[in-house]
Design a protein around this ligand. Structure first.
Ligand code: ZN
Length: 149
């Protein structure tokens, strides 16, 4: 249980118990499901994008605490940002969880630093980045697909 103890910081526990922006988004014009077969995390993102601005973003689905907390934190961070800004944050986040050196930069990353601990657990990195890869795919223009589960 050491892994859980180290990872499940207060912010992660809170966002897993009470995920922000959770549920389908009425009027979403971009929808994409992301799946992490290693862990079984399955999350769908709903975005309303207008003039390259992410006016609203929600998610639903189910997954482990890390994947849900990461998605919750991501929606809080990304809502209202331009797609270009969101891409920049995606790359910064990806670097943060895949790079071993250095303290996470709170000024730059804000609450997202709560997820930084996953970099010590390679299998968990995929849980934390699932929502971000899905967001990246949406911004890159992959065709919207709706979950058919
Ligand atoms: Zn997971």
């Amino acid at each position: 249980m050491h892994e859980l103890k180290d990872l499940y910081q207060e912010v992660i526990v809170d966002h897993n118990r009470s995920p922000r922006n959770f549920g389908k988004l009425a009027g979403a014009n971009r929808v994409l499901e992301g799946y992490n077969p290693l862990c079984g995390d399955r999350l769908t993102l709903y975005l309303n994008v207008k003039d390259n601005k992410i006016e609203n973003i929600t998610f639903d689905g189910s997954g482990c605490a890390i994947s849900v907390a990461s998605a919750s934190l991501m929606t809080e961070t990304i809502k209202g940002k331009s797609t270009g800004e969101a891409e920049g944050i995606f790359h910064s986040f990806h670097d943060m969880v895949t790079t071993d050196s250095g303290e996470p930069d709170f000024d730059k990353m804000g609450k997202l630093v709560a997820i930084a601990g996953v970099r010590d657990y390679p299998t968990r990195v995929k849980c934390a980045t699932l929502c971000w890869h899905t967001l990246h795919s949406i911004i890159q223009g992959e065709r919207a697909s709706v979950s058919t589960e």
